[in-house]
Design a protein around this ligand. Structure first.
Ligand SMILES: Cc1ncc(C[n+]2csc(CCOP(=O)(O)OP(=O)(O)O)c2C)c(N)n1
Ligand SMILES: [Mg+2]
Length: 577
């Protein structure tokens, strides 16, 4: 009887094309915005998009689309959705897929493909997208049977957003977008081989509670896993309950309030003295949702040499990958923290440790020598922090400006910080800001970019202008590939091979060509003035700050060195002149 009823229901379902199925699936998933770029293989999809009522943003390059989707995902907590055509459209999103894979960003990406019957024949705009993207996606599909399409889309959203988030790609041959089938989107996702462990093992939690109670120098290293799990509140609760200091990775910033007395700053290559020394000296290291990236650990030989390591991570493959781990806890960060808070174990006696940390904080804060005759990049970030009350959504490119922003913009709230961590993708900041602004329409969004990185995706100014997104684009213009220049200064005997770019374009004129207001500043006074003006306007503004060109990012842990061997801790360190 029941079977008959299901059959009847099936018959009643109207047949529709693959392209329309895709639209209906996106509606069912409550997708608010699609970032994409059309082309031959996806024309049937774009035709259905035309009067679908879905909001689609035409970026000016597919790389822009995928970074915008990443920015959207980071701020909204929902998956970013991308459509690109076959061949060059698909290959243009390879960097973004890798970026999202490295930083665990949930994306559902649709690529067009040549028709099924010509796949493998070097047809026009054919590329082996599955082959190319296999190692840079969490999962990928190619649609072979129209009847599979709804199930594939449903699974893709599930896989992208559960467990350790990541990009999922669906490659759709053109004939699959025109073929007709029944649209059944009500089915449950059933993936026996994919069952992420969300709840922690009780025994391991007990071991950690015990280790905490015995610890003399405990520290928490919190990564982006805390943000993905929406566990900031629990992290704070736990740290306060146990009185354990917290250090963030670059991507974790904002997970714990920067102005909290227990916060020690960012770890790693350009981390604070206190954070790095705490990691070196600690006797218990509790890693929550960080993957012990080499930029965080420095030379592993000297990393937390005296510590018992506990690692909470939703991805079991991360635990013990780089650092031997005594207490492995495979779990969602929020679930593990809730369990730890519930245990309410014995608070460790760490008075001496806290006194040591306080001394380091006082004696070795982040510092620089100011010079009001120029714009000091560190000062610029501080000014932006003050003007925005630390409330802005901040996106960056990659390089010196990114590190200065991480150091000097104090993130007190989660989900305000959007940067490319694992891959270190120049050109990420501007398109990411578009996605971030669309995810939070009322937020003040500041995109802090390098003069070089900006030129990798600047065509997206066109989108900012078209949608009148009130993003403030801040170019930290040091007329150089600053981070490369810094390494050449320090490690290559000042042989500045292809890193100085004194002939950068006139960025103000460039912005004006896009019909965007723009200002330039060369001194601190001018900087103050143009910032005030820009932030008072509810429209896009580009600001070109000519900063001191030979400024370096410090402190710094040189490659191959341990965290305790950082240099440039004091701004007047003679060895750095
Ligand atoms: C796509 C890409 N190419 C090359 C690099 C290597 N790289 C890292 S930082 C950097 C310089 C970036 O210059 P700019 O955008 O002006 O930022 P700055 O360091 O000057 O603040 C380069 C070339 C990269 N990270 N990404
Ligand atoms: Mg630069």
């Amino acid at each position: 009887m029941a079977k008959m009823k299901v059959e009847e229901q099936r018959k009643q379902r109207t047949k529709m094309s693959g392209a329309l199925m895709l639209i209906e699936a996106l509606k069912a998933e409550k997708v608010e915005v699609i970032f994409g770029y059309p082309g031959g293989a996806v024309l049937p999809i774009y035709d259905k998009l035309y009067d679908s009522g879905l909001f689609h943003v035409l970026t000016r390059h597919e790389q822009g689309a995928i970074h915008a989707a990443e920015g959207y995902a980071r701020i909204s907590g929902k998956p970013g959705v991308v459509i690109a055509t076959s061949g060059p459209g698909a290959t243009n999103i390879v960097t973004g897929l890798t970026d999202a894979m490295m930083d665990s960003i949930p994306l559902v990406v649709f690529t067009g493909q040549v028709a099924s019957n010509v796949i493998g024949s070097d047809a026009f705009q054919e590329a082996d997208v599955l082959g190319i993207t296999m190692p840079i996606t969490k999962h990928s599909y190619q649609v072979r049977d129209i009847q599979e399409l709804p199930k594939i889309i449903k699974e893709a959203f599930h896989i992208a957003t559960t467990g350790r988030p990541g990009p999922v790609l669906i490659d759709i041959p053109k004939d699959m977008t025109t073929a007709e089938g029944e649209f059944d989107y009500e089915q449950d996702v059933h993936l026996p081989g994919y069952q992420p462990t969300v709840h922690p093992n009780h025994l391991q939690i007990r071991k950690l509670v015990e280790a905490v109670s015995q610890a003399k120098k405990p520290v928490i290293l919190a990564g982006a896993g805390v943000l993905h799990a929406n566990a900031s509140h629990e992290l704070r609760q736990y740290a306060e309950q146990q009185n354990i200091p917290v250090i963030h990775t670059l991507l974790g910033l904002g997970g714990f309030p920067a102005n909290h007395p227990l916060f020690l700053g960012m770890a790693g290559m350009h981390g604070t003295y206190t954070a790095n020394m705490a990691l070196y000296e600690c006797d218990l290291l509790i890693n929550i949702g960080a993957r012990f990236d080499d930029r965080v650990t420095g030379n592993l030989k000297y990393f937390a040499p005296n510590a018992t390591v506990a690692h909470i991570d939703i991805d079991p493959a991360e635990i013990g990958k780089n650092v031997p781990t005594k207490i492995p806890i495979v779990s969602d960060a929020k679930e593990a923290l809730k369990e730890l808070i519930h245990q309410d174990g014995k608070r460790p006696d760490i008075t001496a440790w806290l006194a040591q940390l306080a001394e380091w904080k006082t004696n070795y804060p982040l510092a620089y020598q100011n010079d009001a005759q120029t714009v000091k990049p560190q000062k610029l970030i501080e000014m932006i922090y003050e003007l925005t009350n630390g409330e802005a959504v901040v996106t960056t490119d990659v390089g010196q400006h990114q590190m200065w922003t991480a150091q000097y913009y104090k993130f007190n709230r989660p989900h305000r910080w959007v940067t490319s961590g694992g891959l270190g993708t120049m050109g990420f900041g501007l398109p990411a800001a578009i996605g971030a602004q669309l995810a939070d329409k009322h937020a003040t969004v500041v995109s802090i970019v390098g003069d070089a990185g900006f030129q990798m995706t600047l065509q997206e100014l066109s989108v900012i202008q078209e949608l009148n997104l009130p993003i403030k684009v801040v170019i930290v213009n040091n007329q150089s590939l600053g981070m490369v220049r810094q390494w050449q200064e320090i490690f290559y005997d000042k042989r500045y091979s292809h890193s100085l770019v004194p002939n950068q374009p006139d960025f103000v004129k460039l912005a004006e060509a896009y019909n965007i207001k723009a200002f330039r500043a060369k001194t601190e006074e001018e900087a103050k003035e143009v910032l005030k003006q820009a932030f008072s306007l509810s429209e896009p503004v580009l600001l070109d700050f000519h900063v001191k060109a030979d400024e370096n990012v410090y402190p710094m842990v040189a490659p191959g060195k341990g965290l305790h061997e950082m240099v440039g801790v004091k701004p007047c360190d003679e060895s750095l002149q």
